[in-house]
Design a protein around this ligand. Sequence first.
Ligand code: ATP
Length: 359
Amino acid sequence: MKAREMAKVAVIPGDGVGKEVTREAVKALRAVTEGTGFELDLVEWPHGADRYLETGEAITDAEFADLQSNYQAILLGALGDSRVPGNEHARQILLGMRFRLDLYVNFRPVRLFHERLTPLRDKRAEDVNFVIFRENTEGVYVGMGGTFKQGTPDEVAIQEDVNTRKGVERIIRAAFEYARRNGLTRVTMSDKANAMEFAGGLWRRVFKLVSAEYGDIESEALYVDMLAMDMVRRPERYQVIVTGNLFGDILSDLGAQLAGGLGLSPSGNIHPGRIGLFEPVHGSAPDIAGKNLANPFAAILTAGLMMEHLGRPAEAAKLEDAVRACILAGEATTDLGGTLGTQAAGDAIVRRLSVADAP
Ligand code: ATP
């Protein structure tokens, strides 16, 4: 998205720790944009379990229309509450946004800030630094299929894997475009073409066609089991990984653990050039909610991805640098071995941002 001087953002703190970490992300966003001339209009939306339980409505058609026409991004904390059976409100809001806003890229950077945060032995921070482009609107998550003779010993369950030429091509192209924009030299496509020949065949054919347009970038196709092993064995090989919905879900959680776990994992749901939805990978974490224990860094890094999407790479870099600096200085929450609470960790980020701005 091209540089702009203002942006309107719907902030949905949501449930559980979502409320606590989003408060810190908003603080960081205000600090990083202050004095830049960039006008960030942060509008808080009350969507979440409380509102759903009160009104019976997760999000309305009119609200979707409002998001689509008037906003450039959505910053979400987390959705999940044991009072709502099956987390129906979360499903309606998150899946609704993903499908109705056609957010076909799930973007998951995997970036290690300090070697002590990875479970991998003998890997340095710079060895774990890649991004995953997960297809977000197709695959086995479209909910097509059915059951037959349910509840009997002869029960059959069918879950369809939907792959369209258009869907495969646009996610692969998004990955190559990202590589080119960021001076990266290799894109790895991952599938299971040896066992799933129809879907894999489409992915491989399209990957080959699209990669031919990016002669300056090396391309390779790897079976997903091979890639999962190799991400642990030699993560330093990888720069950009592109894959389908199911494999991307699994690989990106593996990636999150390689880079320090849930407290440090941001994500973006993007349709390039349109509104994007940005959320930390972790959920509402009811076990620690309301205790000032949640790590706000994933939410702050998520705010950074949002700034990048809004055409503000300088602010995005500052947010990431502030998180890195805090981690190196041991100014962090207990999950990362620090002693700070959620708010104090957010304050530490704001202090770094203010120091960075000092002449
Ligand atoms: P949900 O149902 O909303 O997905 P969950 O508890 O099942 O919530 P997560 O919220 O993703 O799943 O978290 C799993 C565990 O990881 C939590 O119980 C919590 O202990 C830990 N955790 C998650 N997020 C954070 C965070 N920001 N800071 C510290 N610990 C966290």
